[in-house]
Design a protein around this ligand. Structure first.
Ligand SMILES: [Zn+2]
Length: 272
């Protein structure tokens, strides 16, 4: 599933292609991908200009004139691209916005495709995206993270996967961050020491920034808005590396299942 670095890369590559463009027409929308249920997206988007594009957690938030906004969540397999109007339409395309012609006179459409349909298109109206969303990891402070952890006895891995604790992390970057900070994934969140929380805060930022620099991780089908794959998967140190030697101590990386998700760590470097 695309996590923060992948979603950030989509936003970065998409922004120059959609900002200040007017939505001429909603050519197609698959109604059951839209929340709230029964919302008339066609009526509310037609004729509006895209005035802002931002990431919040794993959400891609579009601001449109009139102070309204909506977001697209890529789910497991979602892709968001600007394509020529006459380009062949891929199957599983759930939203098509006609953007008219760009500066070079090329007629284009914004298309959202999601074969597995775990994605979402949600109208926010004039509300903010912040309801029930956790802290933004790139700008969080140790004290904010410590406050969140003090409220839960859950394993640190599960706490970090919870979008209401930290927004934007998923399986890959939680495993990589815990390895970087030398913290065992089963450690109860409320038992972490101050220095462990400080180390983890720095590790999460370091891992995410490196991943963004490498345009995210492509495991199966993730691509940015230009259609390019990420390269960070080659730099994973524990994620999906069961049995490979730990890059620090050469102990084979272990894999366990936690909260239904595979979890990778070095039992030597990350002591419980
Ligand atoms: Zn190790």
């Amino acid at each position: 599933m695309p996590e923060l670095p992948e979603v950030q890369t989509v936003v970065t590559t998409l922004a120059p292609r959609v900002l200040r463009r007017r939505i001429r027409k909603v050519v197609h929308v698959r109604d059951d991908m839209v929340t709230p249920d029964g919302f008339d997206l066609k009526k509310n988007l037609t004729g509006k200009t895209i005035t802002g594009l931002a990431r919040r957690g794993k959400r891609i938030v579009f601001s449109i004139d009139g102070a309204n906004s909506f977001f697209i969540h890529l789910g497991m397999t979602g892709r968001l691209m600007v394509e020529p109007k006459d380009a062949p339409l891929a199957i599983h395309t759930h939203l098509i916005l006609d953007l008219g012609a760009n500066a070079r006179g090329e007629k284009q459409q914004l298309r959202f495709r999601d074969p597995r349909r775990f994605g979402e298109i949600r109208w926010l109206g004039c509300e903010s995206c912040d309801e029930k969303m956790g802290i933004e990891p790139l700008v969080m402070r140790t004290s904010q993270l410590a406050e969140k952890f003090s409220r839960t006895t859950r394993a640190i891995k599960n706490a970090l996967m919870d979008q209401s604790v930290v927004a934007g992390l998923g399986n890959i970057y939680v495993d990589e961050s815990l390895f970087d900070a030398r913290i065992h994934p089963l450690t109860p969140a409320n038992t972490l020491t101050k220095s462990q929380v400080a180390a983890l805060t720095q590790s999460i930022k370091r891992v995410l920034k490196r991943a963004i620099t490498h345009r995210g991780s492509t495991l199966r089908d993730y691509a940015d808005a230009d259609g390019n794959a990420g390269a960070f998967q080659r730099l994973h140190r524990v994620y999906d590396r069961k049995g490979h030697p730990c890059p620090r101590c050469k102990t084979p990386i272990e894999r366990i299942v936690l909260g239904g998700r595979s979890t990778h760590f070095c039992a030597h470097c990350q002591r419980q």
